[in-house]
Design a binder for this molecule. Structure first.
Ligand code: ATP
Ligand code: MG
Length: 444
């Protein structure tokens, strides 16, 4: 995790982010509403209902106080029980000292006890814990303890969770609707990302702009860009193959004439020049064909590596190989085999042309594949490494003397191949051999 990710612990992809943007305010709103509801409404109603009951108990208290004897008081209380619908009894005893009792999470109970104590005053004991459906009140009078048992439903709003359940259910429904809606909005963005990704790797997948206005605009811009690039690539191919083709005919004619003019002493040399020109034309054609690459297939990497090394050895090079796979049980990758072989061949032919020893290595990780070609030649100066990868660029001819002439397309083709796979070609110094180190890095 980078420090940036630590600072903003947001999910990485768009969909969960959008969901968070919807869900966090929703939960916050629910919390605020629930809090206000309990604090104000729920408690307030409980206090009001409690006040009514407390007044009735005050009446009972007064009846006891105004009765001449405890027996008469008891009789009057029994009569009062009926209309008040409260079980009232009087016992000739002293209130045992003790506190009110209620469950810890009995939120309305707190308001109830507070209100009752406020209105009745004196010595009072309220028990809410013994039976959750009843309120057991004991009140000290001068003729003993007045005990009243009142149904809890008369003092507290019944089923307060109903609102909470309703709120949660609505929130869930809203979240699901948002999820479905969002997923539809997300789809065109994903399609655009996939199309752009595929094009970056050299594949042109069918794509049609869809979705919201902005996404459509980005999609249309991508399409016109893709068309422009494809047209440019097509023009490059047509031009190069046209030129090469047109030049071939006169070249063939020259070859024929030279074969006839055997007697001329310069004929042999000219024939060699013509042959070299033909080879150059073939290179142009190969480069021009670069964009018409083969389809991807599962390539066994170590086998390809050995094959390329063997081919280079047959061409007279001294090539050693070094393979390190990670994970070892994954020796294949999905690549364009012929194009990759061409790129490696170009790198190897450079290495054997400009150096005397060559090492071809393969490194894989779960996400990438690296082919490394190193040699013990003169290398390429740091400030010219970008340049030599461009088409038709060759370093000073002095260093290429008697090494056979190329046209300067080898590295350009290798880089094309790397880019067509969404990878890159990097040049650096070889620590092991002292010459150039070319790394062909491809995602798998
Ligand atoms: N391994 C190397 N060591 C030293 N110089 C190199 C090496 N590879 C390439 N170069 C330099 O980079 C230039 C460009 O290389 P590139 O492969 O593109 O063309 P080329 O080898 O000259 O011709 P082609 O490959 O088309 O036959 C070469 O002319 C050479 O000067
Ligand atoms: Mg070359």
């Amino acid at each position: 995790m980078t420090p940036r990710n630590l600072k903003y612990p947001l999910p990485r992809s768009l969909f969960p982010r959008a969901m968070l943007i919807v869900i966090v305010p929703l939960i916050a709103l629910q919390l605020v509403v629930a809090f206000v509801f309990f604090q104000r409404h729920f408690e307030g109603v409980t206090r009001q209902m409690t006040r009514n009951i407390a007044r009735e108990l005050a009446v009972a208290q007064q009846v006891i106080d105004t009765s001449p004897t405890a027996e008469i008081a008891q009789l009057r209380l029994t009569n009062l029980s009926q209309p008040l619908e409260i079980a009232l009894s009087l016992r000739a005893e002293e209130l045992r000292p003790g506190a009110h009792r209620r469950d810890l999470f009995d939120l309305s109970g707190r308001a109830l006890v507070a209100e009752m104590a406020d209105l009745l005053g004196g010595q009072l004991q309220i028990d809410l814990a013994a039976d959750r459906r009843q309120v057991d009140v004991r009140l000290q009078t001068d003729k003993g303890v007045l005990r009243a048992v009142i149904p809890r439903s008369r003092m507290t709003v019944s089923n307060p969770h109903q609102l909470l359940v309703l709120m949660t259910a609505t929130a869930l429904v809203l979240a699901v609707i948002a999820l479905l809606f969002m997923r539809n909005q997300m789809k065109p963005i994903l399609q655009l990302a996939n199309a752009a990704d595929a094009f970056g790797k050299g594949r042109s997948v069918p794509y049609r702009p869809a979705g919201a206005e902005e996404v459509r605009r980005a999609g249309a811009a991508f399409l016109s860009m893709r068309q422009r690039i494809e047209r440019a690539m097509e023009q490059r191919t047509q031009m190069l193959s046209g030129v090469s083709h047109d030049l071939r005919t006169p070249l063939t004619r020259m070859k024929l004439s030279l074969a006839m003019a055997d007697a001329m002493p310069e004929a042999r040399e000219m024939e060699r020049d013509v042959e070299q020109m033909e080879q150059m034309l073939n290179s142009f054609l190969a480069f021009a064909r670069g964009d018409q690459m083969d389809e991807v297939e599962d390539v066994h990497l170590p086998a390809l590596l050995e094959e390329m090394a063997e081919q280079a050895r047959r061409g007279g090079g001294c090539v050693e190989t070094d393979i390190r796979l990670e994970p070892a049980e994954l020796p294949t990758a999905t690549l364009r085999r012929a194009a990759l072989a061409r790129a490696l061949q170009n790198l190897l032919s450079n290495a054997t042309r400009y150096g005397s020893r060559t090492r071809l290595s393969l490194r894989t990780t779960p996400r990438a594949v690296q082919f490394i070609v190193e040699d013990d030649g003169p290398g390429v100066p740091v400030d010219r490494r970008e340049e030599v990868m461009r088409p038709f660029i060759r370093l000073d001819s002095a260093r290429n003397q008697d090494r056979g002439g190329g046209v300067g397309l080898g590295l350009a083709i290798a880089q094309d191949v790397a880019r067509a796979h969404g990878g890159a070609l990097e040049l650096s110094d070889s620590e092991a051999l002292g010459g150039l180190k070319a790394v062909l890095r491809l995602p798998r």
